[in-house]
Design a protein. Structure first.
Lengths: 381, 381
């Protein structure tokens, strides 16, 4: 199974587990570490796919649960898959929908068969099994196919995490069986991704990895982190997983995180990331800069004729200043959402490129130390 | 006064009053007939100024009343004027704010001195005089400066229209006096525009024109139309004004209109237009096409893989189809608002360019007859 995906480690940091890798996919080569922007409904909010590409995106993530509800799989398959539906011809990763469904508090029921839930849109009832989640992603035609897992909240008792690990393994077995029985529909290979669960418990994490390694998938994802647990547990867990997961396959840390989180996770051998932070925070008027975050609605920017970030050549910083962006947010002009999204994504992609360069040039230890020190000294205004 | 603006009529249709003209301004040459998109708060909604330019905009309209409230004139002058504030280096026209204020039913009081009103945002009290409106536009630095006029609703009694004409003349006199006493602040000439009032009454229109011609402004605008009166009165009034207004100066028909309205108004000698129709309707999901309007939320487009309009090379039609655009509107993705805005503006600018070419080539009579016939046969779905 793993032989399908060509993943080459191009450079390895000597002082940490950070590495530069290359995944060769039918829709393009992906340089890792890679940050995947979120395009929930088949669009990275406010942007065209061409803009997303030009900003530096290599892989886009989209949400199976949301696309299943709207526009529905039938329409996407009529287009010939999600790539053609959304106009993105690069690699796509679709999630399993599990995380969204588990967030539907009071509107879902989980048992071994799968998960029943009510749509957050109209309350209609639906049932997802591990097999159905695979079928949906065969229909979407995503390059990376996530299996259904169970992810409890960060403060769940150990017993809940144990149940989740056991169920995640059983569901992964069923998912992979279905994956093997089915074929890609649009002529491009698809790669299944198992999700390691177990919260912050080393024993459960070890067990989850061992059970999932038997399934021999070409990539492994780390779920169940950044779900409310203390920050130090996140990094301790990553250090353990870095030891347990095979080094010849990409590791995907789901739903993380801040710029500093990304640097620390890369140092711990993680290769792929997704997070709504740059895009969602942009729409809330929070901009990431080399000098810390900047909340553009703040009155201090009313007369500020400086760009959001010096030495940034994005569409926002090259042509507009803080006072104008603040005005756009104050007057609810959607151009503001878009300019802020452009800037934050460029910032994130720039950070990943900087990490790749630092690792390749053998200067990641000094680079990451300096970056994190600067980051710690910043206070969000 | 009129000598300041170089307006050259390049071509005159033989069968109608349609003409192609050229206005030479310090910020660029404007080919007429011209459609001016509306950028209320210093942004054409969803678009960057570079995109507005690339779509074919020659002049952008912005709203003095809105900019006065947010961000306020002090900030705009700190930028060095509205052009630099919004990042648009082409010609700008700012309105007088009168139309917006007169729409604040129950929140404004008019007398000869000027107009008192409460902000639609926070209820704060403000007072505009004809002189203050000029001062504000000196501060904005717009290329075309509209004088304060009084515009009653379309169903107002004749007496109200007479009062409005008389007041509009007195206010225009005061406005021009202030205009002459003051200077442009940013090194570019500004051109004042008087507004002919009088509703659909030929006598009042004649009187308004005669009184305003004494002020000898380089452009004349036609207000008080498309305010609820029957359509045939609009065109009859334009035919009268075409006879009365000097042919050597541009005529600006305010707030009009549909594609067919524009063709009919050009045939009646009008040169400049503004309207929220293409941009506002775009955001409501109504697209203009050569085959009529198309309401994208309509269920009939759910599976429609055709572009919104054949032979359109706009960002929307070149890359996306109806079903995807409908999906964006259904999921409230702001990318949909933007793609629809791009298409509608391109359609409007394309219409103006087609008219200019038809007039210049001596085929406007046949072109406009065919256009209007096709238009009449279309039914909005």
């Amino acid at each position: 199974m793993s032989g399908d995906l060509a993943f080459i480690v191009r450079a390895q940091d000597s002082a940490s587990s950070a590495r530069v890798g290359e995944m060769q996919l039918s829709r393009g080569t992906v340089q890792t570490p890679v940050f995947m922007p979120v395009g929930t409904y088949g669009a990275v909010k406010t942007l065209t796919p061409h803009e997303v590409r030009d900003l530096g995106a290599q892989v886009v993530l989209s949400n199976t649960y949301h696309l299943y509800l709207r526009p529905g799989l039938e329409l996407v398959t009529r287009f010939g898959g999600l790539h053609r539906f959304m106009g993105w011809d690069g690699p796509l990763l679709t999630d399993s929908g599990g995380y969204q469904i588990f967030s539907l508090a009071g509107m879902r029921k989980i048992d071994d068969a799968g998960v029943s839930f009510r749509s957050h849109l109209d309350g209609s009832e639906h049932h997802f099994t591990p097999e159905k989640i695979i079928d949906l992603q065969r229909g979407l035609g995503s390059d990376f196919v996530m299996v259904l897992d169970e992810c409890p909240p960060g403060d769940a008792p150990l017993k809940a995490w144990r149940t989740a690990v056991e169920r995640t393994t059983r569901w992964a077995q069923r998912s992979l069986a279905r994956f093997r029985e089915t074929e890609p529909r649009y002529g491009h290979p698809q790669y299944p991704v198992c999700i390691v669960q177990g919260g912050s418990d080393p024993g459960l994490r070890r067990r989850s990895v061992e059970e999932l390694l038997e399934l021999d998938t070409p990539l492994y994802a780390v779920g169940g982190l950044a779900v409310g647990e203390p920050r130090e547990e996140l990094f301790a867990t990553l250090e353990l997983l870095d030891q347990l997961l095979p080094r010849d396959r990409p590791r995907y840390l789901m739903g993380v995180g801040t710029p500093a989180d990304l640097v620390r996770a890369v140092a711990r051998g993680m290769d792929m990331f997704d997070c709504v932070l740059p895009t969602r925070n942009a729409r809330n008027g929070q901009l990431f800069t080399a000098q810390g975050t900047l909340t553009i609605r703040n009155a201090r920017y009313r007369d500020d004729l400086d760009p959001v970030m010096e030495d940034c050549d994005c569409l926002l910083c090259a042509h507009f200043n803080r006072a104008y962006l603040r005005h756009l947010f104050n007057t609810k002009e959607t151009l503001g959402l878009r300019l802020a999204t452009v800037h934050n994504l460029k910032f994130y992609f720039g950070l990943m490129a900087a990490m790749r360069a630092a690792i390749a040039d053998g200067r990641f230890p000094a680079w990451s130390r300096a970056y994190l020190q600067t980051y710690e000294e910043q206070t969000d205004e």
